[in-house]
Design a protein around this ligand. Structure first.
Ligand code: ADE
Length: 359
């Protein structure tokens, strides 16, 4: 797959071949990270573990589109980060036998960023836009006729002299990805024929992913070892693969040749990833809510200010998993820490700071 990068003015075009598909990456990422992520990425739905419901839907859509010799309908994928939205898009392109161009909304600042991408698509190509909820208004409005009628409408001049030029585009598929489906405007959301959610993975599914990656990394791992890492990976393949690499470092330094459950647990304890997968920041968030806000209800901004974490990061990265495992509840009055979380953290409910204790 030829990986072209740019659209970002600070970056130069570079490419390296892995097959004949073209992939455009506009997000700055390091070469090393690309190589590693690329080398472990599944390339077909047969290799892709988990998300059974989504795979069932997409298989039908692909087969129908191929039979009609048409591009697939536009697809919106939503869900927490790290669950495989980009991978799905690449697999779709491969299944349809087309190119996948990858970009992200923050790289589409000027109208010519999106028009440049659209006019260079070939019939049937997939355009993947990550963080699609962050598109600016002008770019989003250029996308409406592009998605609906495969044409660009460009207004030249201003006021009375303004004229609209219509430029036909090849038929293409837009795959949008977002962690915040509610932040999309309804005109944009309504233009997707398919809206699909990616779910957190079960520990057993993550263990399968970990075993697959371990094989690719030529690292030996036992079944309980894979499950131990799977349980601590917050339902997220990206985290599972990251933790696997940390455990691999650990056994290498300690001169063991196989990742066992015991070694995985030892290594992850050192990295402060606990048996439920909570890391230092999860515990800080819960701890702060308990000690400073009596477990809630408390607003997101107040938690962000008290922990020093960015509100958006708390909302998009940390909260979804804490909500999923039932450690947090969202109520109309704010976030609340649940009794299960108190129990996990060994808290009794007596922990609030003394200045708040009379509240
Ligand atoms: N690597 C990352 N996500 C994966 C998945 N869902 N299946 C197989 N390997 C993966």
């Amino acid at each position: 797959m030829a990986i072209k990068r740019n659209q970002n003015p600070q970056q130069r075009n570079t490419s390296h071949d892995t097959n004949d598909k073209e992939l455009l990456i506009t997000q700055p990422t390091t070469q090393e990270k690309d190589n590693l992520e690329e080398s472990i990425r599944p390339h077909s739905f047969d290799e892709y573990i988990g998300q059974q419901d989504l795979k069932a839907v997409l298989s039908i859509v692909i087969e129908a589109a191929k039979t009609r010799n048409e591009p697939m309908d536009h697809l919106l994928l939503y869900g927490p980060p790290g669950l495989g939205k980009t991978t799905i898009s690449l697999i779709l392109a491969s299944a349809m036998g087309v190119n996948c161009k990858i970009t992200a909304a923050p790289a589409l600042e000027r109208p010519r960023d999106i028009t440049g991408l659209l006019v260079n698509l070939k019939p049937g190509d997939i355009l993947f836009i990550d963080e699609i909820h962050r598109l600016n208004r002008l770019t989003e409005e250029l996308l409406y006729p592009a998605m609906e009628d495969y044409r660009l409408e460009i207004t030249i001049g201003k006021g009375q002299a303004a004229r609209t030029r219509r430029i036909p585009l090849p038929r293409f598929t837009l795959v949008g990805a977002t962690t915040k489906v509610g932040a999309l405007t309804s005109p944009l959301r309504d233009r997707f024929g398919l809206i699909q959610r990616l779910k957190f993975y079960e520990p057993e599914e993550l263990a399968l992913i970990i075993k697959r990656t371990a094989k690719l990394l030529k690292t030996s791992i036992t079944e309980p070892g894979a499950l131990e890492i799977g349980r601590r990976s917050r339902g997220t393949p990206r985290i599972a693969n990251r933790l696997l690499r940390r455990v691999r470092d650990y056994i290498q330094v300690k001169k063991f040749d196989t990742i066992t459950q015991e070694l995985a647990a030892q290594a992850l304890d050192i990295y402060q990833v606990d048996p439920q997968g909570l890391d230092w920041t999860d515990r800080l968030i819960l701890d702060t809510m308990i000690t400073q806000f009596n477990g809630g209800p408390v607003g997101l901004e107040a938690v962000a200010a008290a922990t020093g974490e960015d509100a958006k990061t708390i909302e998009e990265v940390y909260e979804p998993y804490l909500l999923q495992i039932g450690y947090l509840n969202r109520t109309p009055r704010g976030r609340v820490v649940t009794p299960t979380a108190y129990q996990h953290l060994g808290k009794t409910g007596e922990e609030q700071l003394s200045i708040f204790s009379d509240q």
